[in-house]
Design a protein around this ligand. Sequence first.
Ligand code: MSP
Length: 588
Amino acid sequence: MLSLPARCLLRPPRQPLPAPPRRGSSGLGRRWLLSTPIFYVNGPPHIGHLYSALLADALHRHRGLLGPGPGRLATGTDEHGLKIQQAAAAAGTAPSELCAHVSGLFRDLFSRAAVSFTDFIRTTEPRHRRAVQCFWAALQGRGLLYKDFYEGWYCTPDECFLTQAQITERPDAQGRPCKVSLDSGHQVHWTKEENYMFKLSEFQEPLRKWLQGNRHVISPEPFYQVVLRWLEEDLPDLSVSRERNRLQWGIPVPGDSTQTIYVWVDALVNYLTVAGYPDAHHTWWPAAHHVVGKDILKFHAIYWPALLMAVGLDPPEQIYVHSHWTVRGQKMSKSLGNVVDPVACFKQYTVDGFRYFLLRQGVPERDCDYYEEKVIKLVNSELADALGGLLNRCTAPSINPSGIYPHFSESCFRKGSDHMDVEASGRALAEDYELIASVDRLPLQVTDYFEHFQIYKALESVVTCVRQTNGFFQRHAPWKLCRDNPAEKCWLDTVLHVTLECLRIYGILLQPVIPATAEKLLSRLSIKPEERAFTGLTFLPRYHGKPCPFEGRKLGPDMGALFPRLETPRSWLVTDGEEGRWVGAHAV
Ligand code: MSP
């Protein structure tokens, strides 16, 4: 028997609902507890799950590079509920075995994907059971639960109750009419049983006030508007338990062995469990920042904040919402057989290649489409050619035989307003000054995009600068400059110095997204681990009249291509008929 802290079981006098909390500042320099959703274990992970985790990982890594606030990243698996109970029965295995196996798959995937989680929670762990039972006792203690006969539609694949307006009728595989959820298309069943109900309706006004006082709490903004609209509709009380004879695979209601706690209440409390609830959560709560898919927005933006307010805790500081991945224009589904295995993607595109693709192409506001040719084209063009090619060109022994971070010469590249005067500006051209201005702005721009959950835009702005730098290198063709001529050597070294400085900035800024490639790049440039933070990041200090600690430093060893070009599998190449000659890949 699990023991609950006495304060969970006491029935305190009913307290007024807490005032809607104010949202904190942007989070810079403060504590953060980032989380992914916890994943159902009825099937192996796919690329949509990985995307949720990568978004959270990139945010976590980015915050870590900004310092100094301590941060955590929690992920894990959601193991209870009818869906898991049925999946185990269908597989002829015990639920606990199914959970252990699939949870292991998620954990392995995230480790392999370099997701820097600090906690991996399983809802079948004793620490979580205790947190959920304590949370339940707190709800009950505040008089916010009552028993009633619940009658309505239940969707097991989504583990949620639906109103009449949320369902529709569609023919099933055999053409028979079948009731399904309007939102997910999954089949629903009529349920009638005695449940505990949570007085959600009492929270409609506090939720509205909370949202109105915290306009940025849900981003991107269109999702915030969606939630506000939901709150204009009726907010009925929520059934928060199931009869034990139907659902055994779950946490029993404390003191009532005939009922099991509803899996969504169980799952949401995971965010408190990882914060140390019920004993030690105050250090981390409410510094919670949840990354969630759009399909589970209502649970996170309505039910969860209401449940938290109900037990006297603040809602999370931030809810980041993302859309879904389709595959060649179709929804991913087992029945269509188009579920994409992330481990196979890592083999095909490398871990960083696939991380880059998902985060560069994934736009949280809208669904994104995956197909193989798109990954290969993007990754080759941006990582292998533009970034890797640039590093390769400016570190080639033929161009930089001494293998050092060369010197910058102010007389070749003058600072400031005189650049309009070609004579006075040495050999730099107007476009070169534009490059300097772009890279100067870049760190702030990238941070701003991360803070606004627009990682794809951060990457786009880095790539634009990488291309500008390639233009700079090409324009001045340092391979044509003669080292034996002192004036030309000065300019050659300056061109290399500027290019390496650009690469240093790109390497540092790309760490949250492609950590292994960034590490390789920065090691090649001989940038020490303590020189890789975002704080105090200054581009081209010599141009700004400051000393450059890297100037004259020996470059790191050449470990080969920064990012190997990906091959297009032969099966995707088309032939021109009888001759069977390769004529190119399918159009992308
Ligand atoms: N167990 C619940 C979450 C509980 S959180 C307290 C759940 N699990 S899930 O495994 O179905 O989904 C986990 C996450 O994966 C969700 O954020 C969901 O949006 C995301 N994705 C599932 N399919 C997806 C795509 N096709 N594309 C992108 N993300 C998708 O819901």
